[in-house]
Write a protein that binds this ligand. Structure first.
Ligand SMILES: *[C@@H]1O[C@H](CO)[C@@H](O)[C@H](O)[C@H]1NC(C)=O
Ligand SMILES: *[C@@H]1O[C@H](CO)[C@@H](O)[C@H](O)[C@H]1NC(C)=O
Ligand SMILES: *[C@@H]1O[C@H](CO)[C@@H](O)[C@H](O)[C@H]1NC(C)=O
Length: 183
């Protein structure tokens, strides 16, 4: 096992784990509402203008269809409703052997394994383990921020009231003293 690279993209951190044996295992982290990238590629040298001869299948670990690329076109026609309108591919990248998929609008229940299978003149089998985290600075942090603001406001109010009390005390003492000494 070897840590190859960790890249930040749209709050998604890709951790490529493992050596290049079959299947490739990848860990991806994303925040709720963000998107995740599922890498799926063969070396550019093996494409040689034969993009149409490759079939690419992305499935989740329940066997649901996320999306397919066949004949050089992405066809999400047998796609599970869960993934409807949430998957993008990058057609300009196909000729480089890059059949990357992007899943948008991440939800907590998207956290699972995804299997990408490339078949054709050459093969690839990549398993991506997706983790979906709550966005930092969500409700919890706002609560803490509001709490801090509230305590500052309380402090200022108490400070102000104490100031008035001290001023009144001094003023009364001064008046009383003047009265006592004058008469
Ligand atoms: C298989 O796909 C992964 C993910 O795109 C890539 O890192 C790896 O180099 C590919 N392996 C082969 C033999 O094409
Ligand atoms: C892919 O798209 C091209 C252009 O839109 C079309 O000519 C071709 O028939 C499509 N291939 C498949 C397998 O659907
Ligand atoms: C594949 O294409 C995607 C989308 O353009 C890009 O983010 C990614 O870096 C590409 N991967 C490779 C191995 O070129």
């Amino acid at each position: 096992m070897k840590l190859v690279t960790c890249r930040k993209m749209n709050g998604v951190c890709l951790l490529f784990l493992g050596v290049f044996s079959d299947p490739v295992r990848v860990k991806v982290e994303g925040f709720v509402g963000d998107s995740a990238i599922f890498s799926c590629s063969i070396p550019e040298s093996e494409i040689q203008g034969k993009t149409e001869e490759f079939s690419v299948h992305l499935r989740d670990d329940e066997g649901k269809t996320v999306c397919d690329i066949t004949g050089g076109n992405s066809t999400c026609k047998d796609q599970d409703p869960k993934y409807k309108d949430r998957v993008e591919t990058f057609p300009d990248e196909y000729k480089k052997g890059n059949f990357t998929f992007k899943l948008n609008g991440l939800q907590k229940n998207d956290a699972r394994k995804y299997i990408c299978h490339i078949t054709g003149p050459s093969q690839n089998h990549t398993i991506t383990e997706l983790h979906v985290k709550d966005r930092p600075g969500g409700r919890g942090n706002h609560g803490r921020l509001n709490g801090e603001l509230l305590s500052i406001v309380y402090f200022l109010v108490i400070f102000f009231l104490a100031g008035i009390l001290i001023f009144m005390f001094v003023a009364v003492t001064f008046c009383v003293a003047r009265m006592v000494f004058r008469y």
